[in-house]
Design a protein around this ligand. Structure first.
Ligand SMILES: CC(C)(COP(=O)(O)OP(=O)(O)OC[C@H]1O[C@@H](n2cnc3c(N)ncnc32)[C@H](O)[C@@H]1OP(=O)(O)O)[C@@H](O)C(=O)NCCC(=O)NCCS
Length: 328
């Protein structure tokens, strides 16, 4: 039994930080950020806002759009690397906030691949036949782990997220294939060293700025292009499809140059590639569900279309999911 997406939603904080705002914080320029990444602005949380607040808005909107009651939700999966707390999970906070009294759930840590890992996990719970309605959210509040003294990282990320409701379908539609990967040997290239059991929070760890995300941008760039392109090519070929058969390619929004290179390698023409990194920056687990909701709301996806999702993130984690769209 396949899982199909029956509702999509997204939410980003109201506050917007432009590249010009960043020029006042670090040694950077609007021109450098636009030309190297494609980013023009990003949304950032207010002081009293965290990942569960964004997720609760997404969850409420999913219930409304799907025309379903909170009591109908069996499972809540939240892909995030910026939960409100280590425990309780963000999923538990959302469960309480929306009153989903029959749901269980958990947070899932796969960085920028968090939403794809969540979709695959949710789809398997649907396939088991034991869950009828699964809520999958990808959300991150990256500003909570960004070092605004480190221009290599602080200019590329933003806050926000999106989600979907998964339900069973008996057709050969919905999520028709997925390939997911992990390679822990890439871990040090994109890492938040402190805060876990390896380097618990101390005055020294804070002084040493260990609680911020750090990256080797050039290495991540190289692996991201290869990872997203290879896995997308592979999922197309094993389903006897080419780039021409894809109605919409929704890649993780990390850098416009990464997206362009990956799409080119898969033979997917420019007009079929969803790019909104200019508006949001890299919202980590949030990028793909935000883009998916925008595309669906703008009628860029219709029943029968093949939609290809691809991600790459810290871990390293990466993957591709192929959907033959059926919304009702
Ligand atoms: C981070 C990234 C945008 C940097 O772009 P790049 O073209 O590789 O730039 P480089 O690192 O070669 O830096 C080029 C120059 O710009 C400078 N620079 C770096 N960040 C800068 C910034 N924010 N503003 C201005 N200059 C900057 C560098 O110091 C370097 O200067 P130098 O030539 O004098 O040494 C790019 O590597 C990238 O997007 N990597 C992937 C990151 C990512 O996606 N992470 C999340 C994964 S999901």
């Amino acid at each position: 039994m396949n899982a199909k997406i029956t509702a999509t939603a997204h939410s980003t904080p109201k506050n917007v930080m432009t590249n010009l705002d960043l020029e006042k914080l670090v040694d950077t320029t609007d021109d450098w950020i636009r030309s190297r990444t494609g980013i023009v602005q990003r949304h950032i949380v207010s002081e009293d806002e965290a990942s569960s607040d964004i997720s609760t808005r997404i969850a409420t909107s999913l219930l409304e759009k799907g025309g379903i009651s909170a009591n109908d939700i069996d499972l809540i999966i939240i892909g995030t690397v910026t939960p409100d707390h280590f425990t309780p999970s963000t999923a538990a906070l959302v469960q309480k906030n929306i009153g989903a009294k029959n749901a269980w759930g958990f947070d899932l840590s796969a960085a920028c691949s968090g939403f794809l890992y969540g979709l695959e996990t949710g789809a398997n719970f649907i396939a088991s036949g034991r869950h009828k309605k699964v809520m999958v959210i990808g959300v991150d509040t990256m500003t909570s782990i960004l070092d605004f003294q480190d221009r290599d990282t602080c200019v590329i990320f933003g806050d926000g997220g999106g989600g979907v409701i998964l339900e069973p379908t008996l057709g050969k539609t919905g999520i028709v294939d997925s390939i997911l990967h992990m390679d822990g040997s890439g871990g040090d290239y994109l890492i938040m060293p402190g805060g876990g059991s390896r380097i618990p929070a101390t005055l020294k760890s804070v002084d040493d700025r260990q609680h911020y995300i750090k990256q080797d941008g050039k290495t991540v760039f190289k692996y991201a292009v290869k990872g997203m392109a290879d896995v997308s090519e592979r999922i197309l070929s094993r389903n006897d499809l080419t780039g021409d058969d894809i109605a919409l390619f929704i890649p993780h929004q990390a850098n416009k140059r990464i997206i362009d290179s990956a799409a080119q390698r898969c033979g997917i023409s420019e007009e079929k590639v969803l790019i909104n990194i200019d508006q949001y920056g890299n919202t980590t687990a949030g990028t793909i569900p935000i883009a998916l909701n925008e595309a669906f709301s703008d009628n860029r996806i219709k029943d029968g279309d093949y939609v290809l999702l691809a991600s790459f993130g810290a871990g390293f984690t990466w993957g591709s999911i192929l959907i033959k769209w059926e919304s009702k």
